[in-house]
Design a protein around this ligand. Sequence first.
Ligand SMILES: Cc1cc2nc3c(=O)[nH]c(=O)nc-3n(C[C@H](O)[C@H](O)[C@H](O)COP(=O)(O)OP(=O)(O)OC[C@H]3O[C@@H](n4cnc5c(N)ncnc54)[C@H](O)[C@@H]3O)c2cc1C
Length: 477
Amino acid sequence: MSDKTPSRANVCTEVVAHDLCIGCGLCAGVCPNEHLRVAFNAFGEYVAFENPNECAASCDLCLRVCPFSPTSKDEDVLGKKCFEDVPGMSHASETGYYLRTVLGYSAADGHRANGASGGLLTWTLETLLARGLVDRVACVSPVREADRAMKFTMCSTAEEVRAASRSAYYPVEISEMIRTMLSRPGRYVITVLPCFAKAIRQAMEAVPRLRERVAFVLGLACGGGKSKFYAEYICAMGGGDAHRLDRVTFRIKDPERPASDHGTRCVSAAGTPEEHACTVFGSEGPSLAWTHLYFTPIACSFCDDGFAELADGTFMDAWRPGFMEDPGGHSIVILRNQTLSDLFRDGMASGALAMRDVDIAEAIASQPSMLHFKRTLIRERIRLAAEMGQRVPPKRPHRFAPRVRHLEKAVVRARWDTCRQSRKQWVEADKDLARFRRAMAPCAARVERAMQISKAVYQPQAIPGALWRRLRNLVKR
Ligand SMILES: Cc1cc2nc3c(=O)[nH]c(=O)nc-3n(C[C@H](O)[C@H](O)[C@H](O)COP(=O)(O)OP(=O)(O)OC[C@H]3O[C@@H](n4cnc5c(N)ncnc54)[C@H](O)[C@@H]3O)c2cc1C
C-alpha cells in the first residue's frame, strides 16, 4: 500500500466522529503531513479537522497522542513511567503521584491580586524563567482576534507571563505551540489541563525532540472544560451582545465576596458606539452553567483525572473552610518534581511565598465536587453511554467509587441532557439569553428536581425547613 493512501483510522474517524475530541491540538501539532488542523465546530468547541492533503496510511501518531483515543494509555501507566523512580515519591488513588503538597499564595507584588487563586502558577513560571531553567513559557493569554478571545501564546518575559495570569474557562489548543517547540530549540514549560497533560506525555513518548525540549509540564486541576458559548452566555447575562464578544477575563476578585464567588468581565462591540462592559459573578448566574454542565464538551464526561496526574506540578484552588472565604484566594499545589520542590522551598524561605506544607489529604478534601463527578458519577455516565451507543475511551474503573447511589443516577441522566441540549439550544436561540432559557427550562428543571431530591435524602441536614416542604410537594406531584 502506498504511503499516500488515505488512512482509514485517524483521530477524525476514531475520536471526532464519536464526539470525543477535546480539541487539545496535540494531534495537529505532531502530524507529519499537516493533514490535521484544529478549528471551532458549530458548538464553539475546538475539534480536529482533516486538511485536503493526504494522511499517511502507515502513520498512527495522532491516535497515539490523543488523550481520548481508543488506544490511549491510562494515567496510571503513564504516571508510573514519569514519576515512579523519583526519590521520595508517594501515591494516592485520588491524586496520582505526589512528592510534596503546599498551600498558600504568592507574596510577590500583583501575583495574587491578578491570579486565579493564589497566583502561584504565575510565580512558578516567572521563577523558572528568572532562574534560566526554561527559555520559553507556553501559556494562555487574552487576544483580540475575529474568532477567539484567548489562545496559547509563547512567552519569554515576566511581563508576558503576568499578562497571561488567571484561568481560561475557554477553549484553547496547542498545535501552534507544539510546532514551535519542534522547530525552535530551547527548554519549554507548558501550562495544561489534565487531558492536555496526558496528550503531551504521550507525544513526548512518541516524539524524541519533544521529550528533549519540554522541561516542565504544569497542570491545573480541572472539573471540566467549557466551549466558547460559556463566555458568550455570561456576556449575554451581563446585558452585552453575545455575537460581538471581544474580550473576556475570568476569575475577577471582589474584596466583598468569598474567593469562590468570582466574576467574569466581558466587553462586547469594543470600539463601537455600542461597546458594552460588564462583570458577572458566579452567584449571579454562571455557577448554574457548572452544576448543569452547560457548554461542557462531551469528552469531559469521560475523564477520570481531575488532578492533572501527569503534570510535574498541579495547581488548584484551596476550596477549604478558612481559605475559600478569603476574597484574596489561596492555592494548593501538588509537586511531583524535585526541581520544582526546591524552587518552592527557596520561595518559602525568602518570603516570596506565603505558604506551608500540608498533607495530600488537604488537596483531596479541597475538591469534593470534582472528585464526585470524576470518580463516582462517571460510573453512571459510562453505563448511560453504553445504553446509548456512545463510544467511551479506556478508563480506570478500579479508581472509581464502587457504586452510584440510586437517586444520583437521576441527576446524572438529567445532566446528560442539559450538557447536550445546551450547545444545541444556544445555536438555535441565536445566542439570545431569554430564548435559550425558555428552551432549556424543562431539562434544567429536571436537573434541579433530581438534585434537590437526592440532597433531601442523602444530606437532609443541608435542607432548610421551607425547602423541605417544597420538596415534599415536588415528590407528590
Ligand atoms: C477549565 C478549568 C477548570 C478548572 N477546574 C478546577 C477545579 O475543579 N478545581 C480547582 O481547584 N481548580 C480548577 N481550575 C484551576 C484554577 O482555576 C486555577 O487556574 C488554579 O488554581 C491556578 O491558580 P493560580 O492563581 O496559581 O494561577 P495564575 O497565577 O492565575 O496562573 C494561571 C496560569 O494558567 C494558565 N492557564 C489558564 N487557563 C488555562 C487553560 N485553560 N489551559 C492552559 N493553561 C491555562 C494561564 O495562562 C496562567 O499562566 C480550573 C482551571 C480551568 C482553566
